[in-house]
Design a protein around this ligand. Structure first.
Ligand code: GDP
Ligand code: MG
Length: 466
């Protein structure tokens, strides 16, 4: 990480975003744009407030008038009092910065209006994380309570298509005359268009473009697809504000259709899937860097001319196997807290008074112990009572009296954890995990290594291991 970057105070950002304060909104979006680690905490804290905004993507070739259209749409929406968040995602070359400045200037008619928030996100420097960053930015605007979120992108590249796919309604903007805009639409935008806009209808050829698109739609029509939506085509002169109401009307109709057909849920499922896949990818690339294997593998690829499939395979195996070597264990949480008591019957009165349900008592003869489990939230309390004088629990009670006996962590990979802990010089009781209750694999850590508490690691039994 950049040592100079200040650690943002996530809680303050969350509070500011929820109050729709421009400063915190901008900071929060910068945080996700920079793929900073706190983004996860930020999104987790905001996520419950998302899902309410109407998400509209505006996409099409550069210069087709997307920003102008977005600006006009925002103005139209403001008339009814609706609030609008705008995200302009632009792959403009890093040397000019022209689009970003241009967008600012062009959209500045709303700048003094706090019902509108405008943010440009640069495609450069996000290292392929653009889609992930954009999804997060949409969440931030959504959590801020904007009624509408307009996302402007140039419809080129997979990242961009992924971004427009994450909205409810996709508006594809084209211009008359050139002919190559049709090519651009054919190259990927066709299937994702919900509303077509022929902007710059003040130019010659708008009607021809309309016919071209109409025939394209009818040719592309999948006969069996249900429910069906035929994308309407609207002509606009965005620079003059002509046709804006009609575009908005079509967007509203499409939204209505999404809701009536239940298509909205399906779409949001697709978005979520895309997003999870995206993060998974990001996570894997990060993990590859963590196991430190990427450079070595590339070196090997160059010297041995090993094929990329093999290299990726190799790295993937390394991530799976070595994922626990340097970067901690697979501990998932506290499985239970074990408490040694003189009598389960006496002790359980307290838990029952708390309103908790005490499970049936079970005897583990080999250990000389009787146990009762008390579920509590995502964890459990285990009451332990000795059944023999020479049992470990009896000895514990004799030496330390009643009290907390052990802390049990659940894990997904007990063998990996044992290796990691041994590597870290932690004292373990026994060489390797053994079978415990319910077929779990268990491993104890000596209290002297764990701050005076006996720690148990437990990996649940696998279904297939009979
Ligand atoms: N003649 C004409 N020019 C327009 C129209 N809409 C936008 N423009 C102009 O087209 C140029 C590009 O617009 P912009 O919104 O930046 O396009 P973007 O790159 O798609 O965002 C600007 O100079 C606009 O003023 C229109 O309907 N007719
Ligand atoms: Mg633009």
């Amino acid at each position: 990480m950049n040592p100079r970057s200040v650690r943002p105070d996530v809680a303050a950002l969350v509070a500011g975003v929820r109050e729709r304060r421009a400063r915190q909104l901008a900071q929060a979006i910068s945080l996700v744009e920079g793929r900073q680690p706190q983004r996860r905490e930020l999104i987790a804290a905001l996520y419950d407030a998302t899902g309410r905004a109407r998400l509209v993507g505006i996409t099409g070739p550069p210069g087709s008038g997307k920003s102008t259209l977005v600006d006009r749409l925002a103005g139209e929406l403001r008339k009814t009092g609706d609030t609008v968040g705008i995200l302009a995602i632009d792959p403009t070359s890093p040397f000019s910065g022209g689009a970003i400045l241009g967008d600012r200037i062009r959209m500045q008619s709303h700048y003094t209006d706090n019902g509108v928030f405008i943010r440009s996100m640069a495609t450069r420097g996000t290292m392929g994380g653009l889609a992930a960053a954009s999804h997060d930015a949409i969440d931030i605007l959504d959590a801020a309570g904007f009624d509408w979120i307009l996302v402007e992108t140039v419809g080129v590249g997979q990242d961009e298509v992924d971004i427009v796919r994450s909205v409810d309604t996709v508006v594809v903007v084209t211009v008359p005359g050139l002919g190559d805009e049709i090519q651009a639409i054919k190259a990927g935008l066709m299937e994702i268009a919900d509303v077509f806009v022929i902007n710059k209808a003040d130019r010659e050829g708008a009607d021809r473009s309309q016919r071209d698109i109409e025939s394209m739609i009818s040719m592309a029509e999948p006969p069996s697809q249900k429910p069906k939506w035929t994308p309407p085509i609207t002509q606009t002169v965005a620079s003059r504000g002509d046709g804006i109401e009609e575009v908005l009307e079509e967007i509203r109709k499409h939204r209505q259709w999404l809701r009536e057909t239940g298509e909205i849920r399906k779409r949001r499922g697709i978005h979520l899937r895309l997003r999870v896949e995206n993060l998974l990818e990001e996570r894997i690339v990060l993990a590859a860097a963590e196991v430190g294997g990427l450079d070595a593998v590339i070196e090997r690829g160059l010297t041995e001319r090993a094929d990329p499939y093999l290299l990726a395979e190799h790295l993937f195996a390394e991530i799976i196997a070595g994922g626990h070597s340097g970067e901690g264990t697979s501990i998932r949480g506290i499985d239970h807290v074990g408490i040694a008591v003189d009598s389960i019957d006496r002790a359980k009165r307290f838990y029952e008074a708390l309103g908790l349900e005490v499970g049936a008592t079970e005897e583990v003869v080999a250990e000389g112990v009787r146990v009762a489990m008390i579920p509590l939230g995502s964890t459990r309390i285990e009451l332990l009572e000795a059944t023999r004088e020479d049992s470990p629990i009896a000895k514990f009670l004799e030496k330390r009296g009643q009290g907390m006996h052990h802390l049990c962590f659940s894990t997904d990979d007990i063998r990996g954890d044992v290796e990691t802990l041994r590597g870290a010089g932690v004292d373990l009781l026994g060489e390797q995990p053994t079978r415990g209750a319910e077929g779990c694999w268990v491993q104890f850590v000596h209290p002297r290594s764990a701050g005076g508490v006996l720690v148990e690691l437990s990996e649940p039994a696998q279904e297939e291991e009979n």
